[in-house]
Design a protein. Structure first.
Length: 256
């Protein structure tokens, strides 16, 4: 395109549409934004698979009315059934369980909701599975909680990191080669063998995997064909937000 094209006039009438909806100034979403809590999303999807999902929800705890925003990222495999169920169900299930949004209550609500999500995924498609990471920011307490299964990543990056404040990893990797506790858990299961896959020459290749099923990442939701190898119990971590602000980044393993 040459530069003159940028300023070319058109005789076509501008398109008009319905006016944008009027926002409720008392809604949790608007109140979080007015406090300076904003978000942005970006994704690059595989042209055929489209298995990664994300969503965001702002809400108040049921009894104590603490103002929160939760974000989710799910990295699906064997189809998008499990990641889609996670996208549509999990954040609403967590928020509905939070009479109060203290650390212990959030951890308990996440553990219970992840368990129900796992059962729903098995019903939707027993062969589909997904990693799931949720980060919940409590603006009232100035805390962020991460609950995750799998290896989708969450990190807190302080605004003052250039002056020495260090980023904080919020999520836990449940890839066996990164996590000795998960390795020991899986090795202790009856009838499960942990070994590498093989390449075209029949030689060991790649990550250690649990067989049957061949999973390298052994916490998640769904994956009904992998039996007890899959744990849907999330790792949970709560930290204080830095006084000078921060960014909380959630990303799939293709980015990290």
């Amino acid at each position: 395109m040459c530069s003159s094209d940028l300023f070319r006039k058109s005789s076509a009438k501008p398109k008009t549409g319905p006016p944008p909806p009027v926002e409720d100034e008392e809604s949790p979403t608007v109140r979080m934004r007015n406090l300076g809590y904003t978000y942005a999303t970006s994704e690059t999807r595989h042209p055929k698979k489209k298995e990664d999902k994300h969503t965001i929800l702002s809400f108040e705890s049921v009894v104590t009315k603490e103002l929160c925003t939760a974000a989710l990222i799910a990295d699906g495999h064997n189809g998008d059934a499990a990641s889609t169920v996670a996208q549509e169900f999990l954040l609403h299930a967590i928020s509905a369980r939070l009479d109060r949004a203290d650390e212990a209550s959030i951890h308990a609500a996440c553990t219970e909701a992840f368990g129900e999500l796992h059962e729903r995924c098995l019903k939707a498609n027993p062969l589909s599975g997904s990693t799931v990471t949720v980060c919940l920011v409590n603006a009232t307490r100035r805390e962020v909680t991460c609950a995750n299964v799998g290896d989708t990543f969450a990190i807190l990056v302080p605004n003052m990191s250039e002056f020495g404040d260090k980023p904080v990893t919020l999520s836990t990797s449940h890839r066996m080669m990164d996590n000795p506790e998960e390795m020991e858990r899986v090795k202790g299961l009856a009838g499960v063998e942990v070994k590498q896959g093989t390449n075209a020459l029949g030689k060991p290749f790649g990550d250690l995997r649990a067989w049957p099923g061949g999973l390298a990442v052994v916490r998640g939701v769904g994956d009904g064909d992998c039996g007890a190898v899959v744990s849907c119990v999330p790792s949970c971590k709560t930290v204080q937000l830095p006084p000078m602000g921060c960014s909380v980044v959630l990303a799939s393993d293709g980015v990290c």
